[in-house]
Every structure is written in structure tokens, then in C-alpha cells.
Design a protein around this ligand. Sequence first.
Ligand SMILES: NC(=O)C1=CN([C@@H]2O[C@H](COP(=O)(O)OP(=O)(O)OC[C@H]3O[C@@H](n4cnc5c(N)ncnc54)[C@H](O)[C@@H]3O)[C@@H](O)[C@H]2O)C=CC1
Ligand SMILES: O=C(O)C(=O)COP(=O)(O)O
Length: 388
Amino acid sequence: MFRVLTLNNISVRGLERLPRDRYEVASALSDPDAVLVRSADMHSIDIPSSVIAVGRAGAGTNNIPVARLSELGVPVFNAPGANANAVKELVIAGLFLAARNICQAWDYARQLTGSDEEIDVAVEQGKKKFVGYELPGRTLGVIGLGAVGVEVANAAHLLGMRVLGFDPQITVQRAWQLSSGVEQALSLDDLFSRCDMVTVHVPLLEGTRGFVSAARLRLLKEKGVVLNFSRAGIVDESAILEALEAGKLGAYICDFPTRLLKNHPKVVALPHLGASTGEAEENCAIMVADTLKDFLENGNIRHSVNFPEAVLPRTPNATRLSIANENVPNMVGQISTALAQASLNIADLLNKSRGGLAYTLIDVDGSVATPVLEQIRKIEGVLNVRAL
Ligand SMILES: NC(=O)C1=CN([C@@H]2O[C@H](COP(=O)(O)OP(=O)(O)OC[C@H]3O[C@@H](n4cnc5c(N)ncnc54)[C@H](O)[C@@H]3O)[C@@H](O)[C@H]2O)C=CC1
Ligand SMILES: O=C(O)C(=O)COP(=O)(O)O
């Protein structure tokens, strides 16, 4: 029986993928094998030592201590692309909110008083304050051309915008998905200096923290717009406030209300709604439950943010060993020596590495006795061993 601890509500469609006869899933349980999470902050909790996998039903993993879990040989899985359409739709809505001053105009209409005739007069007098602009002919800069960024760039291009993209690590898959009408910016500064609107779709990392900075906002065209549906920390909030106050920035549309910005008249701050559609919640939960299940039952690794992809079909009548280890020389040599000394035959083997981590799947004919597993566990550099 695998024990799975949920730290957030996870769509039931995903949880259904973990059959009850083999999985106990609950928001409170001791000694879990795995954790399922959305945005709960795992930096501030003690992660039980029984945990061998963490699944994020979503994209961003900055709420998870990935480096610490890597040191323990624990893979962290996410659901790449599973909520991208939901985020794209909200970002496109954000472009219109900014271009047409929709929230400010709606606030104005809601506070009108008097008879319908008096309201009509106020409407016709007041509407000039909310004159907006249309998107064709405007330039949108998309920073980060991953699952979300590519969808946003393509949709904005279809709306008639000129679109510039910047992502020095764009993958071949995303490059194929990107509309040929999207132009390449040479640098962040190049992008900011050529755009009316800029939207960020990068993970929050040390290298991206605060990279929408005062200096870059100064490069943006007058009355520019910044959209941030990635993470609050990616923009320098005091620089945003300063640019709004100076009239340089026309609007800041984001998914992260903060005390500094949430009530500013030119800010629209939504309560982290990017991935909050029934469809995205289901897609994410199903994807992450499937990858978690395949890891727990077969040791296969797909969609991990810290481990290499490692998928090996199971050999009949074999015991599968799943071994996480440091990526140093002679690990496979020492492991296979331990198996040979126990007269065990290797039927199939896969060894993959990523950065400082390596991962080995070995199908061994017959069963593997506990002392052999103990011997492998004792090899210096081995982080985790399971027999499945
Ligand atoms: N508001 C919400 O509810 C949601 C927010 N997000 C946020 O959006 C982020 C992006 O999501 P996805 O597109 O699904 O992730 P992704 O991993 O598919 O794409 C991220 C892209 O950013 C690029 N990148 C990384 N550092 C960069 C840099 N310094 N400059 C330019 N590009 C850089 C990567 O090469 C990658 O292509 C997530 O990390 C998460 O923080 C994602 C989904 C929902
Ligand atoms: O997938 C992401 O990165 C998100 O920000 C979505 O977060 P959520 O699952 O809605 O708490």
C-alpha cells in the first residue's frame, strides 16, 4: 500500500488514478511515501523522511525545496503544460483589461447613483476618462517561451499584435510550436525597448528574481503595460510602483496581490487564478498522479524537474531495482559487482544522469534478498534504493 499525503486540494479526477486497493490518499497521514501539492509552501514544513517522491499538480516548483530533496535522492514531478491554456486565456484577458481600462471603468459604473436618466448622463460624461486602444499595431514582448509563453505569443499574434519573444533556453519542441510570425528579441533590454506591453512567463529562480527592474521599465514605451502571471518575485515591485506613479507605466496586471500594489488604481491584481479552471485542475492532477504512480510502482521517471527522464519496460519475472545516486564515476560498476557477488543476473539496465544526480533502473532475474539491497545502500554516493 502506498501512502500519499495531499497538501492542497487535488482534483478528484487525478486522485482516481491512484486505486484505493493500492493507495491511501489523505490530507493527514503519517509516514507518507509521496506528497501531492499545488502551491502550499513546502519550504516551511518538515518533510517526513519516509517521502520518496513529490508531485506538483501544476508548473511552478518554487514552493518546493527541490535542491534539498535532490540531495536526498527524491524526485520532484510537475505537470508541464497541463495548465498552460488556462493561463494563456487569463493573460489574453489581461491585455484587454489594460488596453480598455475595463476594471477602472467597471468600478466607475458601479459607483454611479441616482435615477437611470442621471446614470445615463454620468455614463456619457465619464466615459472619456476610459478611452483605450486596440491591440493590432501594438507590440507585445513575451519573456519565457515555455508552455505558457508560446501559447500567449501565438494567441497575441493571431489578435494582430506584433510579438517579440525572448528565451535563450527555448526547447526544440517549443520552437516548433511557436508561430513563425513571432520575432526574436536579442536580449531583455532589446525586448523592453521595442514593446508597448510585456508579459513574463519564466520560473522564479535566483536568475529571474526582480528581473523586471527599474532600469528595464525605463526602456518600455510610454504608458507601457506589464503583465505578470508567473510569480510576484519576478518583478521589482517598488520599481513598478515608481513607474506607475511617474506615468511611465500605464498598467500592471498580475496574479499576485501584495500590500504595496493591490489597491493602486492602475493595478489589477487577481488572486492567483491563472490555473484555476476545472479543466486545468483536472489536467494537472491526472498528469501528476500518472507520473507519480509510474514512479512508485515501476521506478519510471517522467516530467521530473530534478531527475533525468528514465523509462524502462518491465522484464517479466524480474525484480526491479530503482537506485538514485550521485553522478560520480563507478556507481554502476559497484552496483553490478554487488549483484554479481550475490549471483544475480541483470536482465536489463538503464542509467541516466542530470547535473549532479544519476538514476539507475535494473531488472534482476528472480528476487533480490534484503542484505543485497543493504549492501547497495552502503555504497558511497547511493542516495536511495528500492526493490519493486
Ligand atoms: N498564475 C498561475 O496560476 C500560473 C503560473 N505559472 C508560472 O509560470 C511559469 C512558466 O510556466 P510554464 O510556461 O508552464 O513553464 P515552462 O517551464 O514550460 O516555461 C518556462 C520557460 O522560461 C524560460 N526561461 C527560464 N529562464 C529564463 C530567462 N532568464 N529568460 C527568458 N526565459 C527564461 C525557460 O527556458 C522555459 O522555456 C511557471 O514557472 C510558474 O511560475 C504557471 C502556471 C500557472
Ligand atoms: O502551476 C503553477 O505554477 C501555478 O502557479 C498554479 O498554482 P495553483 O496550482 O493554482 O496553486
